[in-house]
Ligand binder design. Sequence first.
Ligand SMILES: Cc1ncc(COP(=O)(O)O)c(C=O)c1O
Length: 395
Amino acid sequence: MPHEPPALSTALIHHPYRPPEGFAAPQPGVHKASTVIFPNVAALRARDWRQRTGYTYGLHGTPTTFLLEERIATLEGGSDTLLVPSGLAAIALVDLALLDGGDEVLIPDNAYGPGKELARQELARWGVTHRLYDPADVDGLARMIGPATKLLWLEAPGSITMEFPDLPALVRVARERGVRTALDNTWGAGVALRAFDHGIDISAQALTKYPSGGGDVLMGSVTTRDHGLHLRLKAMHMHLGLGVGANDVEALLHALPSLALRYAAQDASARVLARWWQSRPEADAVLHPALPGSPGHEHWARLCTQAAGLFSVRFDERHERAKVHAFVDALKLFKIGYSWAGPVSLAVPYDLETIRPAVGRHATLVRFSLGLEDPADLQADLEQALRHAFGGAAT
Ligand SMILES: Cc1ncc(COP(=O)(O)O)c(C=O)c1O
């Protein structure tokens, strides 16, 4: 020390701190750090950021981020998890870590749109090609896989159009040809669907949805069972400088204990309202994998008992798009906005020909995300908005 006692600024900064001893509580403490302090140079030199046995730098893990990683790995039934700033960043991390120039990635044509755009607009610039495949056509996928195919993305069910694929058959086709598989498991969340039970190599999730459940956090995760694969992903995670904020991790740790209850409640509400929509003359189809007749329902029934609180309604072509938009505008409890799994119910209209050109059909879909409101109130809201837009007895 240059002088004794040290100056106030120095004394405040170097004030001894020890976490409270003898304090045990179910709620974890929140640790924040960029700098991690080493006792000496030998310890600094010996520390390896790849190992979870110690701490190196805040970006590579704190007790708080390690704890959430462990809990997400448990949720997914995997062994290692990496946290990233969003669900889309989880998709990007997998692509960037596993694909080289000259490789091809296959993406279901009903996958989350921005993941397809990432391949179209960015991966292409690095010489990585992609093709969209029809997840309902297993033989077609088998024919598409060639020597350049290195990664197969899976999503169950598809975004917005909600088709549930024959996941084990798609995985079998990929494994027989030595192609790695990655599932966007945001819908299943580790509750309705566990990737590793089906031989999938990587499970990516938007923790933004069910694990957060609050509509207030953006985060993603990438979980694996193969430690070598995890280390490859972790290297790219480090090189890209990906990290998540301790306050967001804290919010996730707070929300996880109620995940299963929220998932079940939102599932139950969605099924009540999806069945109600089936009786409505304005609806041409109700797309919810747990409803018989919905595309891929038989695969859902074989693989799952639960479902996310999410479904889409396809409006009869007789109804002008403007009327469907007027219906969405008239909703009061359902808010207009992207994302899902928060406490507030949401509705978003989509033009089928824009999101799925391959379907070759012009139609308006409205995707509903069920929140935690009473389903009877939500049904009344839908009824008043339908009356407003379509009149008393739309047949
Ligand atoms: C299926 C699916 N995957 C990934 C994402 C991306 O998540 P985030 O909003 O955290 O980037 C979303 C977001 O809507 C999604 O629906």
